[in-house]
Design a protein around this ligand. Sequence first.
Ligand code: AP5
Ligand code: MG
Length: 213
Amino acid sequence: MNIILLGPPGAGKGTQARRLVDERDMTQLSTGDMLREARTSGTEMGRVVAEVMDRGDLVTDEIVIGLIEEKLNGDHGGGFIFDGFPRTLTQADALGELLKRHGTTLDAVIEMKVDDAALVERITARSTCGECGEVYNDITKPQPADGKCANCGASNFKRRADDNADSLKQRLMEYYKKTSPLIGYYYAKGDLKTVDGLGEIEDVAAEIGKALG
Ligand code: AP5
Ligand code: MG
């Protein structure tokens, strides 16, 4: 099964993608994670990507489509979870073509609906494990009291450079301008399923499970 998790910054795409990986043996493809890796490469591309991400703007379609194309050539076991991709209509068309070329299709697009006030609270309280990427939140899912990641036991936690008020404002603008048109695009194709992303993590997971069948 191949699915897209679609939603604004902080909607919970990464949190729910990790659960689906564990529960359904799917492969998470997060373009945000790939780009964060690229920015540490020391290349000119990495430097440009870092600047764009820190401002809260979208990286070019060409770069992210190239990243996804590379990953689709690999093993995909229980299918792909596209997390944070596509984000523009050009990317959506490219994904359709890429999947077709690999003899597969998209099974569902899960839109995660969360209002802006909750997003700001979630993003400013987020941290992640520097080793395995487990996502924490100072309020709703605090780091364990022993200072070790509950998933892998590492003790280096990170906060993202773009998780500040200015970048977040721009990330939200980019979402509403360039990504939200994908809701209509996938609705028209009959692929869209909308879940309430405001509930507890477990409840959102249950709704996604129900939507996927
Ligand atoms: P990306 O890394 O994709 O960031 P994003 O879309 O802004 O989304 P986030 O990762 O911030 O949020 P999330 O929905 O994954 O939420 P999470 O589960 O962490 O992209 C970053 C940048 O890279 C972009 O701005 C752009 O520059 C570039 N980029 C990436 N993809 C691109 C593309 N395709 N094209 C062009 N540019 C691209 O949860 C957030 C917090 O909330 C956590 O603390 C979590 O614990 C908590 N939480 C989660 N669920 C719940 C819940 N149900 N209740 C309470 N708290 C919750
Ligand atoms: Mg994420």
